[in-house]
Design a protein around this ligand. Structure first.
Ligand code: ZN
Length: 88
């Protein structure tokens, strides 16, 4: 389980991501089309990853979906301790 502080860290990192990566046209969220279980697997995998930067075990995951309905989306694992992110 994530603490409130860790949840905040992930939220902040996600906001930063949206700006840094120029995720114009993408909004936070997960796909609602196709195999809806696909991103659930990504979330589960993130929970078993170790942060490459600080070594924290168990990463959060955030998704962004294209706002134009083009069925495009991107997912990122985010460390709840240091905010490091990795797309996958
Ligand atoms: Zn970390």
């Amino acid at each position: 389980m994530l603490t409130a502080a860790q949840r905040d860290q992930i939220d902040r990192a996600a906001e930063q991501l949206a700006q840094d990566l120029g995720l114009d046209g993408y909004v936070p969220g997960y796909p609602t089309w196709g195999l809806v279980a696909g991103h659930l697997l990504d979330i589960e995998i993130a929970e078993t990853l170790t942060c490459l930067k600080c070594g924290h075990y168990g990463l959060g995951h955030v998704g962004f979906v294209a706002a134009d309905g083009s069925h495009s989306w991107r997912g990122f694992a985010i460390c709840p301790e240091c905010g490091t992110n990795e797309e996958f």
